[in-house]
Design a protein around this ligand. Structure first.
Ligand SMILES: [Zn+2]
Length: 312
C-alpha cells in the first residue's frame, strides 16, 4: 500500500515538473526542429508585447504578419508559419526612439521617404534647425549671465539696505522695479529654455531619421550627432533572436504598412534559418529597410536550399 502511494506521488511530481517546464520544453523542441528538420512543420507564432503607440490595431498587425508569411509560403507552395494564441515565435511591437522620432517628424509636418532627395531635404532642415538652435542657445546663455549678474547686485543692495535699517522711498521704488524686471526676465528665460528643449527634441528626432537614411541609402558621411546625448548603435527596424528563452521577432520602426510587411518578411526569413544575401534588392539583404517587398530569385533559392527542396 505504502509503495503504491510512493509511486503515485512520484508520478504526480514528474507530471508537475513536465507541466511547469512545458513551455520552455516546447520552445526548445521548436528550435531543435527548426534546426534539424527545417520547413517540416509550420512555425507557430503569436503576439508578444504590443505597443498601441504605433497606431496599428492587433487585428491589422496580424493581417500584415499574414502578408509576410504568405510571401515566403507562396514561393515554395508550403505552409511555413501558423498563428496560435501561444505560438512559440513571439512577435513584439516595441516602441522606442526609432518610431518616436519618425512620429515626431510627421507631427511637425516632415514626411520622409527612403530616397536621396528626402535625405537632402532632411539634411538642409537639419542645418537650418541646428543654426536656429545655436542662435537661441547663445541668446539664452547671455541672458542667463546678465540675469545672474543683476540678481546678485539686487540681492547685495537689499542686504546692505537691511543692514542700514531701511530704504528711502526712491531706493525702495528702484528696487521694486528691479525685482519686477528680474521676475519677468526669469519667466522669459524659462520660456526660452522650454523652446530650446523643444527644438533639441526635434533636432534629435531628425538625427535619428537622418542616420537611418545614411545607412539605408549607403551614404558615405559621418553619422549625425544628437544634442546632449548619444543615441548610439545601428538603426535596426527589427531583429530576430532565438535562445533558451524562446524565439522572438522585435519590430521597432516602420513608416507604413508596406514597410512593416517588408521588415516582418525579412525577420521571418531569419526565423526560417536564412542568412543575409549579397543582392541589395533581396529581402534578405543585410539592410532590413529596402523598398522591395517581393522575394528575389536569390531569396527563393536560399529558402529552397534551406528546405531541401532541390532533391525532389
Ligand atoms: Zn537581418
Amino acid at each position: 500500500m505504502k509503495k503504491i502511494f510512493r509511486i503515485v506521488f512520484y508520478l504526480i511530481a514528474i507530471g508537475a515538473v513536465v507541466f511547469l517546464f512545458r513551455t520552455p520544453l516546447a520552445q526548445i523542441f521548436s528550435i531543435l526542429q527548426n534546426k534539424y528538420l527545417p520547413c517540416n512543420q509550420p512555425i507557430t507564432y503569436s503576439l508578444g508585447s504590443f505597443d498601441e503607440r504605433f497606431g496599428v490595431s492587433k487585428e491589422k498587425f496580424l493581417n500584415i504578419i499574414s502578408i509576410a508569411k504568405k510571401t515566403w509560403e507562396k514561393s515554395i507552395d508550403k505552409e511555413l508559419f501558423i498563428y496560435a494564441p501561444s505560438g512559440n515565435l513571439k512577435i513584439n511591437l516595441i516602441y522606442d526612439i526609432r518610431q518616436e522620432a519618425s512620429q515626431k517628424l510627421k507631427d511637425i509636418g516632415i514626411t520622409v521617404s527612403d530616397t536621396r532627395a528626402s535625405y537632402n531635404d532632411l539634411k538642409s532642415r537639419y542645418t537650418a534647425m541646428q543654426a536656429d538652435y545655436l542662435k537661441l542657445k547663445t541668446e539664452f546663455e547671455s541672458r542667463v549671465a546678465l540675469f545672474k549678474n543683476r540678481q546678485s547686485t539686487y540681492e547685495k543692495e537689499v542686504m546692505s539696505l537691511n543692514k542700514k535699517g531701511g530704504a528711502s522711498k526712491d531706493e525702495y521704488n528702484r528696487l521694486s522695479k528691479e525685482k519686477n524686471y528680474l521676475d519677468t526676465e526669469f519667466a522669459e528665460i524659462n520660456k526660452l529654455q522650454t523652446e530650446i528643449n523643444f527644438k533639441i527634441e526635434n533636432i534629435n528626432a531628425l538625427v535619428v531619421v537622418l542616420n537611418r537614411l545614411v545607412s539605408s541609402l549607403n551614404i558615405e558621411v559621418d553619422k549625425f550627432n544628437t544634442i546632449g546625448g548619444e543615441l548610439g548603435g545601428e538603426f535596426e527596424e527589427g531583429t530576430y533572436k532565438e535562445g533558451p528563452a524562446g524565439r522572438e521577432i522585435d519590430i521597432f520602426q516602420f513608416d507604413n504598412e508596406g514597410k512593416l510587411a517588408r521588415v516582418l518578411t525579412h525577420e521571418f526569413g531569419h526565423a526560417l534559418g536564412l542568412e543575409h544575401l549579397e543582392n541589395a534588392k533581396a529581402v534578405m539583404y543585410y539592410l532590413n529597410n529596402g523598398v522591395n517587398e517581393k522575394l528575389t530569385a536569390e531569396d527563393i533559392t536560399a529558402l529552397r536550399k534551406r528546405c531541401d527542396l532541390f532533391a525532389r
